[in-house]
Each structure stands twice: as structure tokens, then as C-alpha cells.
Design a protein around this ligand. Structure first.
Ligand SMILES: [Zn+2]
Length: 380
């Protein structure tokens, strides 16, 4: 039986004579009540996820023809047509909304307070009933939102499609990076099969990253409510993760096939595809706290020369880069070393080679939480 449907959902208008749409592909009957939601390109200038989706659609089509899809699987292969329209000087600028400068993956609504108030006195002693009650209450809150512009409408649509899913994967990439994964701390280690299967080299955990990104909009409410109502069983009912498929230029059919296969195996192991999954590969590196990530900051202006590739282990005090400024008068001032302040894995670095004071040029995942990080753990 072919259960696949494709819907082109037209977004609320932006300018006269302008309409964009989001393509939503659905598989499965949804009768089991179990749901998976996967999207790519929320940051529209991050192309690897689109290729993963291309190969994942092939795998899902095959599974669908063989009646092997259990539950409901929703794919949104191109999640941000607004960002995809933002060309400037022949470069796609898909991270920040041109209209207001806000990152497309920040500031999703947080329904915790409203849902907590609504369910007060109504919780059950069974987890299943509480999951249903909380999802219904989130749904009510979502339906009350009246998006004011195209991007708010887009965010509302993506969240409406995903908030009640058991698994949410948001496919991204970094500038130059190894494959890494963001997960909620309360999902660990139960969710370790995801980074293990996709071959993640760095897995970053946080209970609250401080930016209200899309994945947390789906998952964080569960552990926030569990903390508020410890006397009732409230599970972490949504395994939501941001998966960073390496760097922006790491686009190939080899990577796309491998990554789509790994997502497919992960879904097999989780019972959404009715076939035995292959043996789970070992996790490459233990998860580390998002609060332990050093954002290496350029101390001055100039051109960056890196000494480490993404994925390499560095030690505190290692010189990871130099910043060269040829117009400094004295020779000794023309080159400024940049050192790591922690032991860890340098998992990401900037794509261009320009430094200015305060600019993040690399990210290093350390094992210990760092002091003085504040509440905002994500980059802009
Ligand atoms: Zn991204």
C-alpha cells in the first residue's frame, strides 16, 4: 500500500504578488499514534540536509511500497523557503531573517507557563495519559497564536507539524565541521543510539540552551513540566535533536547516502520501519556539556591561519591559529597567536578567514562546564 502524500502548504503573504510554500511529505497511516518529524534547511544556507532528504525520500518510498512504515513519518525537505529567497551579492543568506535580523532557529514559542497552568490539578498517575493531556494542551496553545508575518507563520507551521512527534530531527550543518549532534540532557543516555548511528564525533547536551531553538521548542517542555510536577509521571516524550551534518561544503552523494541510511537505521531500531536494524555502531566519543564548549574568539583583526582541522583533539595552551595583520608596524605585532583555553575536540571552525575582535573563529568541545558562560549557550 502506498501511503505517501505530498502537500504544498502556502505561507501567509509577505509582499503583494509574492507567495512561498512548504512541501510536506507524509508516510504511514498514523494509526499507531507514533510519529516522526524530520526537516532540513531551517538555516537555508546549510545544504547537506537537502541531499540527505533526497536519499531519505528514496528509502522511505521503498519502505512504503513494502508496507514497512509503522506510525506516521513527516518529512519537510525544504523547511525555510523564506531564507532560500534571501540572496545578496550572489550569496544565499539563509541564517538570519532579512526583515528583522532574527536567526531562523531561535525564539520559538515556549508554552511551559501556559501549559503548566492549564494542567494543574488534571494530571494522572499514568505517563501515557499525561502525554496525551500535555499534547492536547500544547495544541490548544498553538491554535491560539495568530502569526503576524510570513516567518512567524512558517515557525508556527513547522512547530504545529512536529510538537506531538516522538522523534524530531532538525538537519543542519556548521561552517567547517565534523558531524555533531545537540540533545537535551534529560534525553541522555536513552537517546545515545542517535549519535552512535549517525557517526557523531561530538554530542552536546543541555537542558536549556537559552535560545529557544526549534528542537528545544519540541522537547524541553517535557522535562520542565516533569520538574514542576515531580509527583506525576511525565516522560521526556519527544526525542528532538539538531543534527549537524558537517560543514557547508560537505555536500556529496556519498555523504547524503550514508547519512540517510543512518537515519533510516535509527528509525528501524526505534520501530518506525518494520525491518531489523543493523548492529548499532559504538558511540565515537562520550557526550559532553554544551556549557563546556569554548567559543574561540579572535582577539584582533586580521587573517586567520588555522593549525588544526575539525575533529582534532587539542590541549589547553595549544596554538590553534594565528591572526596575521600585515600593516602592523613591528614584525612581532603582525602575528597574534590564538590558543585553546581548554582540553577538548575542535569540532568547528569558521569558513572564511577574516578575524575581527570578538568574532568566533572556532568551537572546542570540552568535558567540563565552563564558568561564566551565562544563559546563552548557542552562537548568534
Ligand atoms: Zn544551522
Amino acid at each position: 500500500m502506498n501511503t505517501k502524500t505530498i502537500e504544498n502548504h502556502v505561507l501567509h503573504g509577505y509582499s503583494m504578488g509574492t507567495r512561498r510554500f512548504v512541501t510536506i511529505i507524509r508516510y504511514g497511516s498514523g494509526k499507531s499514534g507514533k510519529k516522526v518529524y524530520i526537516q532540513a534547511g531551517l538555516h537555508a544556507d546549510e545544504p547537506p540536509g537537502f541531499v540527505v532528504m533526497h536519499h531519505l525520500i528514496d528509502l522511505m518510498d521503498q519502505a512504503d511500497k513494502s508496507n514497512k512504515i509503522a506510525g506516521e513519518i513527516i518529512l519537510v525537505p525544504v523547511a525555510n523557503p523564506v531564507g532560500l529567497s534571501q540572496w545578496r551579492d550572489d550569496m544565499l543568506q539563509g541564517r538570519f531573517n532579512f526583515t528583522n535580523g532574527i536567526n531562523f532557529n531561535r525564539d520559538y514559542p515556549d508554552f511551559f507557563e501556559k501549559v503548566a497552568e492549564s494542567i494543574d490539578g488534571k494530571l494522572y498517575n499514568t505517563a501515557e495519559k499525561n502525554v496525551a493531556l500535555i499534547r492536547e494542551t500544547i495544541s490548544e496553545n498553538l491554535s491560539k497564536i495568530e502569526p503576524k508575518d510570513e516567518t512567524e507563520y512558517l515557525k508556527h507551521l513547522l512547530l504545529s507539524l512536529s510538537f506531538d512527534a516522538d522523534i524530531v530531527l532538525d538537519l543542519h550543518c556548521d561552517y567547517q565541521a565534523v558531524l555533531h549532534v545537540y540533545l537535551g540532557t534529560p534525553l541522555w543516555p536513552q537517546a545515545s543510539d542517535l549519535p552512535a548511528q549517525v557517526g557523531s564525533e561530538v554530542t552536546l547536551l543541555s537542558s536549556n540552551s537559552g535560545g529557544n531553538p526549534f528542537d528545544e521548542a519540541c522537547s524541553r517542555i517535557w522535562w520542565d513540566l516533569a520538574e514542576k510536577y515531580p509527583e506525576f509521571p511525565i516522560p521526556a516524550a519527544c526525542l528532538a535533536s539538531t543534527v549537524e551534518f558537517r560543514g557547508q561544503a560537505d555536500v556529496s552523494h556519498e555523504y547524503g547516502t550514508q547519512d540517510a541510511n543512518n537515519i533510516f537505521y535509527f528509525l528501524q531500531r526505534r520501530g518506525f520501519i518494520l525491518d531489523k536494524a543493523p548492529e548499532l555502531p559504538p558511540l565515537l566519543n562520550d557526550a559532553t556539556p554544551l556549557r563546556g564548549v569554548e567559543h574561540t574568539i579572535a582577539p584582533c583583526e586580521g587573517v586567520v591561519i588555522f593549525f588544526n582541522k575539525p575533529g582534532e583533539a587539542v590541549k589547553k595552551g595549544d596554538k590553534i591559529a594565528e591572526i596575521v595583520n600585515p600593516i602592523e608596524t613591528a614584525r612581532k605585532h603582525r602575528v597574534t597567536p590564538v590558543t585553546s583555553t581548554i582540553d577538548g575536540i575542535l569540532f568547528s571552525r569558521s569558513s572564511d578567514r577574516y578575524a575581527r575582535p570578538g568574532r568566533i573563529i572556532a568551537k572546542i568541545a570540552g568535558k567540563k562546564p565552563l564558568r561564566g558562560k551565562g544563559d546563552k549557550l548557542l552562537t548568534l
